[in-house]
Design a protein around this ligand. Structure first.
Ligand code: UDP
Ligand code: MN
Length: 335
């Protein structure tokens, strides 16, 4: 399995947070495949260090340094900057088969069976189901395909201005040629579909394996209070539980890693910080505050999942460690 990998992309520190959560979610569901993240030079050093802890390979890609074909394509179509960067995944020729996943996706159960599929396998786009959504797709790295994709880009552009337009143009027989290349929608459940077909979501939503926070507002666009489980500006909707899943994993598993890297440098985690005054309102002392904080951070598992974990004797990944972290933080406050 060493020649197969999950691949994501993060050109900025914001998207890098998404990649960290995605990587953690793949690990939590015991993937046997390698994890690779493509980043650009503007991703900061602390974020790179965290990515290096989560991923097997962190590869810096820069379209402008990557040889003539890519450079020329970029000069001709500067509007397609991030799109070109995503196409770089075809250059990962040290792997025979890969699954690309957007940095705004979250894995809810093991999806290693995706590697049984062939290039180009993807799930339908909820907006136009004869197009595939490029948030999750199976592909075979090949320098030749990369060059052909760049050529396609420069000649035809992208009908939607992004990678999805290019890839649907290039793999244009996806809708009709081979049904085995149609991934079930549960491998790329766009959060948007929750609203457009609510009865279907109620009926099938619990089978979701990957949720995709497609659209302008990303999970990291909110702020989160781990104690109250409140997201700023977010009403309680069906989609809300997926956002909470994301934030629960981010605040318990990723924020401590970021904190370790930033040391004393200020950084905005997006989580509401503990206020000294909050602590003082708890009469029974710091243990209770820590306990209530830890309780708020408990993972949002379904009762079936919780039962399974219990039966497998698996310690919950947000339990003791995050509790210790919180306690350390409290101790430092109360010194
Ligand atoms: N991306 C990135 N930096 C950007 C925009 C996009 O790294 O500034 C990457 C990231 O992996 C992201 C993917 O490209 O998940 C596709 O973009 P996005 O998810 O924002 O598009 P949507 O799924 O909302 O159409
Ligand atoms: Mn996306």
């Amino acid at each position: 399995m060493a020649d197969q990998a999950f691949v994501t992309l993060a050109t900025t520190d914001k998207y890098a947070r998404g990649a960290m959560v995605l990587g953690k979610s793949l690990r939590n569901h015991n993937t046997t495949r390698k994890l690779v993240v493509l980043i650009c030079s503007q991703v900061s050093q602390p974020c790179r260090s965290v990515l290096m802890k989560i991923f097997d390979e962190v590869r810096v890609v820069d379209v402008l340094d990557s040889g003539d074909t890519a450079h020329l394509a970029m000069m001709k179509r500067p509007d397609l900057g991030v799109t070109f960067t995503k196409l770089h995944c075809w250059n990962l020729t040290n792997y025979s088969k890969c699954v690309f996943m957007d940095a705004d996706t979250l894995v809810l159960s093991n999806i290693d069976d995706l590697f049984d599929r062939e290039e180009l396998s993807a799930a339908p786009d909820p907006g136009w189901p004869d197009c595939f959504n490029t948030g999750v797709f199976v592909f075979r790295p090949s320098v030749q395909t990369f060059k052909q994709l760049l050529h396609y880009c420069t000649e035809h552009g992208s009908f939607d201005g992004g990678d999805q337009g290019v890839l649907n143009g290039y793999f244009s027989d996806w809708a009709t040629a081979d049904i085995s290349k149609h991934l079930p929608f549960i491998y790329n459940l766009s959060s948007i579909a929750v609203y457009t077909y609510l009865p279907a979501f109620k009926h099938y939503g619990s089978n979701a394996k990957v949720v995709h926070f497609l659209g302008q507002t990303k999970p990291w666009s909110y702020t989160f209070d781990p104690r109250t489980k409140q997201l700023s500006g977010q009403e309680a909707t069906a989609h809300h539980t997926f956002l909470l899943d994301w934030w629960t994993l981010y605040s318990s598993a990723v924020v401590p890693m970021l904190q370790e890297q930033y040391v004393d440098q200020p950084f905005d985690s997006g989580c509401v910080e503990f206020q000294y005054s909050d602590i003082m309102t708890f009469e029974s002392g710091k243990e209770e505050v820590a306990a209530s904080y830890a309780q708020a951070l408990e993972p949002q598992l379904s009762s079936e999942e919780r039962k399974q974990k219990w039966e497998q004797g698996q310690a919950d990944y947000m339990g003791t460690d995050s509790f210790d972290n919180i306690k350390r933080k409290l101790d430092s406050f109360l010194k």
